[in-house]
Write a protein that binds this ligand. Structure first.
Ligand code: NDP
Length: 258
């Protein structure tokens, strides 16, 4: 079985939900990453307490402020990550932070649509621009052939809700801004994969399943725990290679339609 043998990883939105579980499982691996950059927008606020408790038990977790809707915050985070890495590259960026409300077409507002787009699409776009030098460095440092998440990769946490061909769950929730943002995130993933192919940076959109988190619970009773979703997703990330770059997969690694 392939192992995710990653030296350094950054996760956005890691103070709760899937992001917190990603950090928890990464920190618990026997082949520990040397650096886990657990980013969130308010490390000093009450919603970061669980992350702080986790970081107190694992010295490789560095909590770094990062608001994906603010490019200046992303740049400040990159500067701190660069300092921590002391000249080394960053192997894996997981764009997990996401937001959305179950608005329908009548109640959606331009302000809400812009807010969701800024976090879910503009954020991951700026993340890849700002962290590109560190990802490139990681790819160049690696002796592995081809592409892998252990070498250099951008993982965009997307959703089947953004699949145009199925329009999943329309009768449960229109979720207009969220739906559109994930469609755009999928397109961004494809563009990143083309732009960064020569740098050997793997880019993928991953649907984690319908999961018991604050967001997942908005739509009813999700079948999946965060523990299972993240365990299966990390197993899938370990198996990805060059042929998967620019695709959209579920947590088991099955290919999904756009
Ligand atoms: P949660 O609502 O539980 O957590 C969302 C996380 O994103 C929080 O840490 C939140 O931080 C953070 N966040 C929101 N806005 C920003 C921002 N501007 N900058 C930085 N962080 C931000 O959701 P999930 O854990 O369920 O979602 C994680 C990802 O998985 C999302 O991208 C979501 O779209 C995707 N997803 C989830 C599914 C599910 O069923 N749960 C299904 C398909 C996809 P804060 O505490 O500060 O608000």
């Amino acid at each position: 079985m392939s192992v995710l043998n990653v030296r350094s990883v950054l996760v956005t939105g890691s103070n709760r939900g899937l992001g917190l579980e990603l950090v928890r499982q990464l920190a618990g691996k026997s082949n520990w990453p040397e650096w886990i950059f657990a980013t969130c927008r308010d490390p000093e606020g009450p919603r970061a307490q669980d992350l702080k408790n986790l970081a107190a038990k694992h010295q490789q977790i560095a909590i770094i402020p990062l608001d994906t809707s603010e490019p200046s915050s992303i740049r400040a985070a990159a500067a701190r990550v660069t300092d921590h890495l002391k000249g080394a590259g960053l192997n894996l960026v997981i764009n997990n932070a996401g937001t959305g409300t179950p608005c329908n077409l009548e109640s959606e507002t331009p302000e809400e649509m812009s807010r969701v787009y800024k976090t879910n699409v503009v954020g991951p776009m700026v993340m890849s621009q700002v962290f590109l030098p560190l990802l490139r460095k990681a790819a160049q440092e690696s002796s592995q052939e081809g592409m892998s998440c252990s070498k250099a990769a951008i993982v965009n946490i997307s959703s089947k809700i953004g699949t145009i061909t199925t329009i999943l769950g329309w009768h449960v929730s229109h979720g207009l801004s969220y739906r559109c943002s994930k469609v755009a995130l999928n397109m961004l993933t494809q563009c990143q994969s083309l732009a960064y192919a020569q740098d050997k940076i793997l880019c993928i959109a991953l649907h984690p399943g319908w999961v018991q988190t604050d967001m997942g619970n908005l739509l009813g009773q999700p079948p999946l725990t965060a523990e299972l979703s993240v365990r299966e997703s990390l197993n899938t990330l370990a198996r990805l290679s060059e042929k998967d770059s620019g695709t959209f997969v579920d947590r088991a690694g099955n290919s999904l339609p756009w």
